[in-house]
Design a protein around this ligand. Structure first.
Ligand SMILES: NC(=O)C1=CN([C@@H]2O[C@H](COP(=O)(O)OP(=O)(O)OC[C@H]3O[C@@H](n4cnc5c(N)ncnc54)[C@H](OP(=O)(O)O)[C@@H]3O)[C@@H](O)[C@H]2O)C=CC1
Ligand SMILES: O=C(O)C1=N[C@H](C(=O)O)C[C@H](O)C1
Length: 249
């Protein structure tokens, strides 16, 4: 497969580049904000200039690249694996809309373990309606969006389990009344080189359950993205996620 990496000069782009170079696939072009000359393929600052034959795009960039990415995918009929986080509801709507024309796999966390964590959180939220749910996410000092895409995904899993529109409180400071019964609190921590940690706390009367996923290297996300690409390249237009790749519901 001929792959274009969007966000190729970033931390994830470079881990992915290394993984693909050890695979049966190849990176034929990159997309970034700034042009660089030290890679063995061209890095474009506009996708309109891409000349290479591209089978699929894997995107680890920033939300500001979204429109260019969707336009490129739609005009050239190229599937997109989108791993970027921090989109607004409107931007997520644009992804959904574009998926009526091309195959798009959009996943806020490409790891296998988080996929299972999501299912467990949904089940616990359903089974323990009287427990308070709090989510704590920790990431490296360079992360721009908060809370993380994964934390938002885990909130959705908890809401599905509770079958209600639980109010979400991001951060907690100052004078504030008691927590609402069905509130879901989300706290973000940033520092050092923490790859990505998500803890979901179920706090009941005199007992606490903690479900924790800890990514130990960025390779876990790159691996997931490449597996997702191998799945997506043969699909019809539509919106897919890691559940489709891993054969879950
Ligand atoms: N779904 C998942 O499993 C995971 C998702 N992520 C997400 O992936 C994204 C990237 O993470 P990370 O690699 O750490 O970030 P970095 O900041 O290290 O890299 C961002 C990359 O995107 C490029 N970029 C930024 N804006 C644009 C734009 N408008 N057009 C084209 N290229 C652009 C940057 O180029 P330049 O350097 O020239 O500015 C750079 O190459 C984040 O949203 C992060 O949350 C990360 C890990 C796992
Ligand atoms: O920016 C990161 O690094 C990560 N971002 C994703 C997120 O926002 O959830 C996935 C992972 O936690 C790493």
């Amino acid at each position: 497969m001929n792959i274009l990496i969007s966000g190729v000069t970033g931390a994830m782009g470079q881990v992915l580049d290394e993984l693909i170079s050890d695979s049966k696939h190849q990176v034929v072009a990159g997309f970034a904000n700034q042009r660089v000359e030290n890679l063995h393929y061209p890095v474009y600052t506009s996708l309109e200039d891409v000349e290479e034959e591209v089978d699929l795009v894997i995107d680890f960039s920033q939300p500001t690249s979204l429109q260019a990415l969707l336009d490129y995918g739609k005009s050239n009929n190229i599937p997109l694996v989108i791993a970027t986080t921090g989109y607004t509801d409107e931007e997520e709507g644009a992804i959904r809309e574009a998926s009526s024309e091309i195959p798009i796999l959009f996943a806020k966390n490409m790891s296998l373990g988080i996929n299972m964590t999501e299912k467990i959180v949904e089940q616990l939220a359903h089974a323990l309606p009287q427990f308070d749910i709090e989510i704590i996410e920790k990431h490296h000092r360079y992360k721009k969006d908060s809370p993380s895409g994964t934390a938002k995904m885990l909130v959705e899993a908890a809401k599905t389990g509770r079958n209600d529109e639980s109010p979400v409180l991001e951060g907690r400071s100052g004078l504030y009344d008691e927590r609402l019964k069905n509130e879901i609190g989300v706290m973000a921590v940033r520092g050092g080189t923490i790859v990505g940690e998500h803890t979901v706390l179920f706090a009941g009367e005199d007992e606490v359950i903690e479900i924790k996923h800890s990514a130990q290297s960025k390779k876990v996300f790159a691996n997931g993205a490449l597996t997702a690409a191998e799945f997506l390249v043969n699909q019809s237009p539509g919106l897919y996620d890691m559940n489709d790749v891993l054969g879950g519901e």
